[in-house]
Design a protein around this ligand. Structure first.
Ligand code: CP
Length: 445
């Protein structure tokens, strides 16, 4: 048995593989209850095929008298509304900050104070914030023993922290892949688009690697997976993603395909993405899923760079015609122009199913974190334990190099770094980004 009650979900590493599989089993039950219509989840017992099936009838009251706070400092459609729908489906209630201009953050209140106050109004908090590490800060602000006035554990659920992680989107993504392909282990999955800034991609890369998928990363050179993500993939999951600037470079070794010469300049190179017919002929034979993300324009320091990358890759009917008949096309949404609307009617386009799973996935997560359900995990499933609390020795004498890290935006918060083996690098505990240690030998707390 694994109890998730009261656990913070700041990163996908806060859940073991077995716990994720347990969440998926509970999701299946909630999804089938929802499919039978809203009434089926409030009936105590239902008869089907002559048999009485107990259990599902109580779903609609599982979280009665509990309150979820959704606190969103960035725009959202899917994450906020699917969490709110999930809590309503479980019989709970929701309070919400949908627009930061309407909260006292607009008057300068620091995040830690906001979270402590909301925790006294709610039983769980979903937080979306533009700064990397904001969810960890929120969790720590509730765990500080000297601030234990609450007397109960209020889980913080990361609904997306800057360009860092989005773990509950990863649950939706992995669940969709499993539904569409029947498994995750051994699949070839391409991650395509703005891999530098897309937080959904970072969490998903860890999740896929943990479940044994092979990663192929396709992006303009300037938008590759961050180095810290690649280092963690290699060190923690023994996964080294293949990287390509063009679909043309990704041709299977046995096709005899020679990639076209590189175009010069970011814009011209970007135009070549998705443009290579030979790749598209080859891709279907070995690609099981294609996960596309938009250019995350809001994260670029220079808007002209975002504009230059926009439109550099487009999934359209021509691409569909050339990829495999079973290649699942995923997108966390919202899309801008990277998946043509004409693709929507194709059965391989799974992105609206992916978004719809957000409700039963988040119902399962809430029921578990609020202590209304427990999951059984077999020994085989137990997998790696959730990430340890932290480094043995934290170094606090350096600032984080990432200007959008929460440590550079929250008053009275010091960066905390850990050494990365013998690389001479330090990793920020909040945003994971790395910096030179600069000869530091000592630690401090
Ligand atoms: N996938 C996702 O996070 O969508 P929203 O930004 O609409 O929540």
């Amino acid at each position: 048995m694994s109890a998730l009650a009261g656990r913070h979900i700041v990163a996908i590493s806060d859940l073991s593989n077995g716990e994720i599989e347990g969440i998926f089993r509970l999701t299946d039950r909630f999804a089938s209850a929802l499919q039978e219509g809203p009434l089926s989840i409030v009936r105590r017992r239902r008869k089907r095929g002559g048999k009485t099936r107990p259990g599902l009838g109580t779903v609609g009251r599982l979280c009665a008298n509990q309150v979820l706070a959704t606190v969103f400092f960035e725009p959202s459609t899917r994450t906020r509304l699917s969490f709110e729908s999930a809590m309503n489906r479980l019989g709970g209630r929701v309070i919400s900050v949908a627009d930061p201009r309407t909260s006292s953050a607009a008057k300068g209140e620091r995040l830690a104070d906001t979270v402590r106050v909301i925790a006294s109004y709610a039983d769980a908090i979903v937080l979306r914030h533009p700064n990397e590490g904001a969810a960890l800060l929120a969790a720590e602000s509730l765990d500080e023993p000297r601030l234990a006035e609450l007397g109960r554990r209020v889980p913080i659920i990361n609904g997306g922290d800057g360009a860092h992680e989005h773990p509950t989107q990863t649950l939706c993504d992995l669940y969709t892949i499993k539904k569409e392909q029947g498994k995750i282990d051994g699949l070839n999955v391409a991650l395509c688009g703005d891999l530098l800034h897309a937080r959904t991609v970072h969490s998903l890369a860890y999740g896929l690697a943990r479940f044994g998928a092979n990663l192929k990363c396709i992006s303009p050179a300037s938008l590759r997976l961050p180095e810290y993500v690649k280092r963690r993939l290699a060190a923690e999951y023994n996964c080294v993603p293949e990287e390509y600037e063009s679909f043309g470079d990704l041709a299977a070794p046995d096709t005899g395909h020679v990639p076209a010469p590189r175009a010069r300049g970011r814009r011209r190179a970007a135009k070549r993405l998705m443009d290579d017919e030979q790749f598209l002929e080859a891709v279907g034979r070995f690609l099981d899923a294609l996960y596309v993300t938009r250019i995350q324009a809001e994260r670029f320091r220079d808007p002209a760079e975002a504009e230059a990358a926009r439109g550099s890759y487009v999934i359209n009917l021509e691409v569909l015609r050339r990829i495999g008949k079973r290649t699942t096309i995923l997108h966390p949404l919202p899309r801008v122009n990277e998946v043509d609307y004409s693709v929507d009617l194709d059965t391989r386009a799974a992105y609206f199913r992916q978004a719809s799973y957000g409700v039963p996935i988040r119902m399962a997560l809430l029921a578990l974190l609020l202590g209304r359900k427990r999951i059984r995990t077999t020994k085989r499933e137990a997998g790696p334990a959730p990430a340890a609390a932290g480094a043995e020795e934290w170094i606090t004498s350096f600032e984080c190099v990432n200007p959008t890290c929460i440590t550079n935006n929250e008053p009275a918060l010091r960066a905390r770094m850990e050494r990365i083996g013998d690389t001479g690098l330090l990793r920020c505990a909040y945003c994971d980004q790395e910096r030179e240690a600069g000869g530091v030998s000592g630690g401090g707390v």
